[in-house]
Design a binder for this molecule. Structure first.
Ligand SMILES: *[C@@H]1O[C@H](CO)[C@@H](O)[C@H](O)[C@H]1NC(C)=O
Ligand SMILES: *[C@@H]1O[C@H](CO)[C@@H](O)[C@H](O)[C@H]1NC(C)=O
Ligand SMILES: *[C@@H]1O[C@H](CO)[C@@H](O)[C@H](O)[C@H]1NC(C)=O
Ligand SMILES: *[C@@H]1O[C@H](CO)[C@@H](O)[C@H](O)[C@H]1NC(C)=O
Length: 499
């Protein structure tokens, strides 16, 4: 599912949807009851540096962590602020559930042990967006604790985060949006060399395959019921240009036997890569639409020297190697117009080749792309660099230590030192739009249309949940299962015309 060290670190996440369901189920099953762990609340009141039951006996495995040049933190483990990974499946340390982390300028304890939830020392809670459920949020939300969101996956995994009231619950974010605090925008692009790799199948060979009957356009998708509603678009496109479709969605060709096992693989398996590289164009439609949400569907054809025909991020052009490397679906008024354009490129080698000029030395002219690849601190499939989970954890650690220091300075000398400014996320950190039909207008869809019955509803129900959770927090509730009641109450007030 993911290219980065994530697969290695987080077996559970690699299971995709099943991993998610499994995680939800586990946390639900282990949810104690309405009662607060009193022992833990007690710890809040007793103050910062008490010995704490959950952590006291733990051994802190000392893996050689990266200590930045600005880190002269000499505090012992029991004095460090704690970061709690609420989504334990993502906890980026092995073995054990607690680890000292030494970051660029300061140190923290990172743990996945939920017993520390209400401790005063626990300064921040880190969530994985895909797992985040309003009905199992850590409540009551303590004033001194910040919330941090890690969400690199599709917007479809959790629309709660795409609404203002949902995203504003978080103080720090790492998402695919460039506006987030710790952006993961190019997470699926391993390196510049990946883009510069020589064209995998020459144009002469592609033209020969065309004469033998291979379509110009490839579609390979097995996840069909998705918010971007891509099949509806591709189905219309197929009326005007031949498309070879091997996946479960809109299938019109059997997948060769030797590829069957890898049909849904997003990996870079050789035979699969060679198979898809023969096409002049690859349809690359993301499962959810959101600014800066781009996946391997886009980067892989660029790597292979096939032209991606793309829909996903509305601002994808900002990250392309140059202004002539992808065909952007939304630049065309209709599938028919797109088909005509693709046919023209198919018949004109010079025009086709222009799309591959970025493979030449100095062909990558996009300064934003070059700079982002140059300056990002995390690596993709690169063991010499931290992965982005550890990177974000350290981002939170350093920011929390800075905030604590500013608060201490303020308490000591309020006149000289203003209190630190509150910091919270906003819609620019995620903010994915209401799903719309892949082709045509929503009012023209049949009432029993499967997509219509699923995704717009999911989107608006997510808004209810975000508002419900915000209400629980505002009322200092400790039982997240009161969410449903709050949602109901809000609906009743709305119906009565109260705000
Ligand atoms: C791409 O950029 C070049 C150089 O800046 C410009 O001359 C050309 O018109 C642009 N092409 C498109 C399709 O925008
Ligand atoms: C964190 O976000 C919450 C909710 O938006 C906000 O009330 C709080 O002031 C923020 N905390 C800090 C330290 O900025
Ligand atoms: C939203 O957050 C971004 C970056 O975190 C900030 O630059 C921007 O001003 C914020 N927008 C609003 C409307 O508060
Ligand atoms: C919120 O609730 C908790 C536990 O129910 C309580 O200890 C705390 O004092 C409350 N905070 C506020 C601000 O009312």
């Amino acid at each position: 599912m993911l290219m980065a060290g994530r697969g290695r670190l987080v077996p559970c996440v690699c299971l995709g949807l099943f991993g998610i369901l499994c995680w939800v189920w586990v946390s639900f099953a282990s949810f104690p009851d309405d009662q607060l762990p009193l022992e833990a609340l007690d710890a809040v009141e007793r103050g910062a540096f008490q010995p704490q039951s959950a952590l006291s006996e733990m051994e802190f495995a000392s893996i050689s962590s990266y200590r930045g040049p600005g880190n002269s933190d000499r505090r012992s483990n029991k004095e460090l602020p704690i970061l709690l990974w609420w989504s334990g499946g993502l906890f980026p340390h092995f073995p054990g559930d607690t680890e000292r982390i030494d970051c660029a300028s300061s140190s923290c304890l990172a743990t996945s042990n939920r017993k520390v939830q209400l401790y005063k020392r626990t300064v921040s809670i880190i969530f994985y967006g895909t797992d985040f459920r309003a009905y199992e949020a850590p409540l009551p939300r303590l004033r001194h604790q910040t919330w941090a969101l890690f969400h690199e996956e599709s917007p479809m995994n959790n629309y709660v985060l795409s609404h203002g009231p949902g995203i504003r619950l978080f103080n720090y974010t790492a998402t695919f949006r460039r506006e987030s605090d710790y952006p993961l925008t190019l997470q699926w692009l391993p390196s510049l060399d990946y883009l510069l790799a020589p064209v995998a199948v020459s144009l002469e060979e592609k033209n020969r395959l065309r004469r033998e009957g291979l379509a110009a356009v490839l579609y390979m998708q097995s996840h069909c019921d998705v918010p971007s509603d891509r099949d509806r678009y591709v189905q219309e496109l197929m009326k005007y240009i031949q498309v070879d479709s091997y996946g479960k969605c809109l299938n019109n060709k059997p997948l060769p036997q030797h590829l069957e096992d890898t049909a849904t693989a997003t990996g870079e398996e050789r035979t699969f890569m060679n198979f898809v590289a023969r096409y002049k164009f690859q349809l690359a439609l993301e499962n959810g639409l959101c600014p800066d949400y781009m996946t391997e569907k886009l980067w892989r054809p660029l790597h292979q020297g096939c032209i991606p025909v793309y829909r996903g991020s509305s601002v994808v052009a900002d990250w392309m190697p140059n202004n002539h490397s992808a065909v952007i679906i939304d630049h065309f008024p209709s599938p028919k117009a797109l088909a005509e354009f693709l046919k023209r490129l198919d018949e004109n080698d010079d025009e086709y080749t222009k799309y591959l000029e970025f493979k030449n030395p100095k062909g990558i002219t996009n300064a934003r792309l070059l700079e982002a690849l140059e300056t990002r601190e995390w690596g993709v499939n690169d063991m010499s660099k931290p992965n982005y989970l550890n990177g974000f954890e350290c981002y939170v650690c350093d920011h929390e230590n800075a905030r604590l220091a500013a608060e201490r300075a303020h308490r000591k000398a309020p006149k000289e030192n203003p209190p630190p400014q509150p910091k919270m996320a906003n819609n620019s950190h995620m903010g994915c739009p209401l799903p719309s039909p892949g082709y045509g207008h929503v009012q023209d869809l049949h009432a029993d249309d499967g997509w219509l019955q699923t995704w717009p509803q999911d989107y608006w129900q997510s808004l209810d949940q975000a508002e419900g959770l915000e209400s629980l927090i505002r009322h200092n509730k400790s039982n997240p299962l009161l969410l449903w009641k709050h949602i109901q109450n809000m609906a009743v007030s709305r119906a009565r015309g109260k705000p």
